[in-house]
Write a protein that binds this ligand. Sequence first.
Ligand code: NAD
Length: 494
Amino acid sequence: MSATPALPAFLNGQPKLLFIDGKTVAAQSGKLFDSINPATGERLAQVAEGGSVDVDLAAAAARRAFESGPWSRFKPFDRQQVMLKLADLVEKHYDELALIDTLDMGGPLSRTMLGRRRAIGLLRYYAGLATSVQGDTIPNSAPGDIFSYTLKEAVGVVGAINPWNGPIGLAIWKLCPVLATGCTLVLKPAEQAPLSPLRLAELALEAGVPPGVFNVVTGFGEAGAALAAHPGVDKIAFTGSTEVGQKIVRAAAGNLKRMSMELGGKSANIVFTDADLDAAVPGAAMAVFQNSGQICSAGTRLYVQRPVYDEFVEKVAAFAKTLRVGDPLDPETQLGPVVSAEQLERVTGYLALGHAQGAKALAGGERLTQGALAKGFFVAPTVFAGVNDDMRIAREEIFGPVLSALPFDDADDAVRRANDNPYGLGAGVWSKNVSTVHRVARGLRSGTVWANCYQVMDPAIPFGGYKMSGFGRESGVEHVQEYLQTKAVILKLD
Ligand code: NAD
């Protein structure tokens, strides 16, 4: 085992405050809450508990920056330059950001460090888009000599609300379209992992993002609810559970905010007999187990064609048993804890339900409490067989390292059952037959279909949900459009 990395200077024991208008400020209430290291159950930092008054201040700062601050006069080129500078700073400080996330949410260093390419890739990709926003000239058939064209204008003040499962990557993903289009942002990170977004705000200021453009209000659901309902916020970009997403849609109705919703999932991963099974075994296992199952598009319903079902599922279980679960700071560790005591209770509750309903755990099936693991929130990667489509473990999002394996007969059977779920975020198909792959991909009601791979993401490829997994797309050219309004200009020529 290598030496434990030194604590980042950012975690200096001082309370971490809100970031509003380019300055760190205490919550108006003066309240603080604890951010807990889920590997040890101990306090990592105290963090300001923002409330609705703080959201008011942040939204006002964001409004000033949008309407009259220096940012409002930035040309696309200027926005591109600060984004590229921020990408350089994120690259320079990435080890620190990854370490903060590992300590704050338990993702092992072996995983959080891998986020470097994505973090800087996002910033540089959207920096490119900053100079490519354009309207159209539109030939028209109106009587007289009429010239018509469209202007693309920034939506305004954006409120973003994030979950905990990839704090720095998710914060950058929310910030990118804001900076590319000239909007401004109030970000409410998850209470379980609020630290790296605060550090990102410091780096953004250093990169030349003017005060008020990127504000961070840490706190609980109440702060998120205040942002969702705020009359001075023009758009909400939410990533989180479907249940909270529904509350936000209702809260945002007051001023008819624009909205994008990246919500939960219960994604089906379908393995055909003719797949490259040696690749599909680790592929199917890691579609669920990476980040300890805390990924919205995790392939938690594993459908395997009947002739190879028993052998394949045994191999996935054997693979699960080889995964090294433990101290996230150990570079050899593959799976860390789940994020919180509450999440541990939720996941172990589903394990108990699976056992009670007659599913058979071929691997895992329990909390891990050996030695030092007892202090943290560790769950063994679990493969349940003997599952049927109606069991709650096969229908509901668990958000832990729990896979339900089910046999299927043919492509129609697999697609029908995969679609028979309220969610529609991700899906996988494994087959060497290109016709099978295309037919299944076309039939699946989900925002992403991975074929012979899983969870591959790229800044240029749109990501988002069908059905109860939400609406709107993040990444790609479409994403930027969601931060723009279209104004038609109609001019009668003399
Ligand atoms: P959550 O919905 O409980 O919380 C998400 C955020 O919403 C947090 O910041 C929380 O404080 C805030 N919040 C809570 N109540 C609120 C309210 N009434 N109004 C406004 N904000 C409120 O989700 P979570 O438990 O942090 O994260 C797990 C969920 O996120 C899973 O369902 C997962 O699938 C989903 N997720 C989706 C994606 C995606 O891209 N589709 C990505 C990651 C996670």
